[in-house]
Design a protein around this ligand. Structure first.
Ligand code: ADP
Ligand code: MG
Length: 235
């Protein structure tokens, strides 16, 4: 089954957060700083969703994370809040790269990151196919903190845009990993992984609705001793 397959990987179920305590959590009680709690309140997030309650303290603690939860469960803020919080602490250079399977999703994610990060003045850029490379190169030269991209186009910039690199990246998010792989972005992601810091220098979060064999393989290639949080119904 998918459950035992996932048990094969490095994620250790003994390290799962305590799911027995399912009382609703405020963002503040999860360790989110006041500027970001205020932003949540402003956009109408009063209490954390279950994936947010489990993922946020884990990511803040510095661990890589696999988050399995269905669509609509609030995965974006689950990684965006701890990423923005870490950004405040080390605000130099490019900070985070979020890879998403479609242009529409990339724009949605970027909008959510900008709303959550408004009070800390986050600069984000969306880099997706079908747009002018030169315009995007200019956006990249303005040193965004967070790039939300589709894999093919950001790889194109890595290979062809002078002066652009991901060498100072601190945070990689593979959002909708199952769909990224279904759309055959695997080879592009592998090439991106070769061009970003490895080991301690980079933290990685992988989110997916389902744990498939391909997602498991990508996880092994990109995450270090991750905590696995599974709230998906079929896992
Ligand atoms: P997923 O990535 O898991 O599909 P999203 O991050 O896109 O989910 O969130 C789904 C919807 O729920 C969005 O409209 C989002 O604004 C909303 N949402 C997320 N977290 C909360 C929260 N804590 N309280 C209220 N609404 C939320
Ligand atoms: Mg999502």
């Amino acid at each position: 089954s998918q459950g035992s397959e996932a048990g094969d990987n490095e994620a250790n179920s003994a390290e799962q957060p305590d799911f027995m305590d399912s009382s609703p959590k405020t963002f503040s009680s999860l360790g989110v700083i006041p500027e970001l709690c205020d932003a949540c309140e402003k956009i109408g997030y009063k209490l954390a969703t279950p994936i947010q309650a489990a993922a946020i303290p884990t990511i803040i603690s510095g661990r890589d994370l696999i988050g399995l939860a269905e669509t609509g469960s609030g995965k974006t803020a689950a990684y965006a809040l701890p990423m923005l919080q870490a950004l405040i602490e080390k605000q130099q250079g490019l900070f985070g790269l979020v890879l998403a399977p479609t242009r529409e999703l990339a724009y949605q994610i970027s909008q959510m990151i900008e709303a959550l990060g408004a009070l800390i003045h986050v600069r984000s850029a969306v880099i997706v196919g079908g747009m002018d490379m030169m315009t995007q190169a200019i956006a990249l030269s303005k040193r965004p903190h967070i790039i939300v991209a589709t894999p093919g186009r950001i790889l194109d910039h890595l290979q062809n845009t002078k002066g652009f690199s991901l060498r100072s990246l601190k945070f990689l998010v593979l959002d909708e990993a199952d769909r990224l792989l279904d759309m055959d972005f695997g080879p592009s992601i592998d090439k991106i992984l070769k061009n970003i810091p490895n080991g301690e220098a980079r933290r990685t979060m992988l989110f997916s609705a389902t744990m498939t064999a391909k997602v498991n393989q990508l996880q092994r290639a990109s995450l270090r001793n991750p905590v696995k949080i599974s709230l998906s119904i079929d896992d």
